[in-house]
Design a protein around this ligand. Structure first.
Ligand SMILES: Cc1cc2nc3c(=O)[nH]c(=O)nc-3n(C[C@H](O)[C@H](O)[C@H](O)COP(=O)(O)OP(=O)(O)OC[C@H]3O[C@@H](n4cnc5c(N)ncnc54)[C@H](O)[C@@H]3O)c2cc1C
Length: 243
């Protein structure tokens, strides 16, 4: 897949949770960005100290949107946060991509566990059509999305995952709150990695994807390694700022 540099124009933006803004862009050259769900783009920001780069997973659901969508979680004092929080429709910016290897591969595990905190859930949103195809074609496959967040109001894109779960009986969606008691049957309490045991993770059959907060990823990776998972079956993407 060719990595390119292109100009984007903001077409739509809305807050989807406190401090999280969903932004939808088009390419100015009219081209469609060819990407594999799970990949990210990097935006280029000019500063007095030179060019800064920040990466954002592509949140768009292929087939449902022709926009390049991202979800930006605000970080206090953050350079890109400042840019995206104040960006108005019609603003342009330079970006490059696609990048990243947090993608579904040609393989047939019995179960996928797609684990995220915060905006780390966006790659899994983009994977939904591909997951639908695999669930339809592979009768043994089960997929679980485990989404960790502080409270119910911080949940992102739950409507997409819950709707998908209605259509696909072997797809399971759980939201885990670190600072709130659960209310409905898809909700649970605690850090997301603490509910892994409930599913009896099996290194022979399962593949884990981990995306988002580095602490969650390190804690989850340590836990899965202890259970005997080889590192190639625990795929990770940490959301840390590049310099
Ligand atoms: C592959 C990849 C994909 C990513 N995808 C997304 C995405 O889809 N959505 C998204 O919102 N972010 C994503 N990120 C993180 C994003 O690239 C930026 O790091 C983030 O938006 C903060 O940038 P900033 O310029 O606003 O803050 P900065 O100016 O980089 O940081 C300001 C201060 O906040 C601290 N800080 C930086 N990030 C965090 C954080 N997450 N939590 C707490 N403190 C922090 C810094 O150490 C610094 O002190 C991704 C990162 C990577 C590497």
């Amino acid at each position: 897949m060719n990595r390119q540099t292109f100009t984007l124009t903001l077409q739509e933006a809305r807050m989807i949770a406190p401090g999280v803004r969903h932004l939808a862009f088009t390419r100015d050259d009219g081209e469609i960005l060819a990407y594999v769900p799970g990949q990210f783009i990097t935006v280029h920001i000019n500063t007095d100290l030179g060019l800064a780069r920040r990466s954002y997973s592509i949140a768009s659901i292929p087939g449902q949107s022709s926009y390049i969508e991202i979800a930006v979680s605000y970080v206090a004092g953050g350079l890109a946060t400042e840019l995206f929080a104040n960006m108005e429709v019609g603003t342009t910016l330079t970006a490059s991509g696609p990048f990243g290897r947090l993608i579904l591969r040609e393989e047939q595990p019995k179960r996928y566990f797609l684990v995220a905190t915060g905006t780390g859930v966006t790659p899994y949103r983009a994977m939904l059509p591909e997951l639908a195809q695999r669930l339809n074609n592979e009768p043994e496959l089960a997929v679980t999305v485990l989404f960790g967040t502080r409270t119910r109001e911080d949940i992102l894109y739950s409507e997409d995952f819950l709707e998908f779960a209605k259509q696909h009986p072997r797809f399971n969606y759980r939201a885990c709150y670190s600072r709130m008691q659960p209310d409905t049957d898809y909700e649970c309490q605690g850090y997301v990695q603490n509910i892994f045991d409930e599913f009896k993770p099996n290194p022979e059959n399962d593949i884990f994807y981990l995306c988002g907060n580095p602490h969650m990823i390190d804690a989850s990776f340590a836990k899965l390694t202890e259970l005997g998972f080889p590192s190639q079956n625990v795929r990770r993407e940490k959301y840390v700022s590049s310099k």
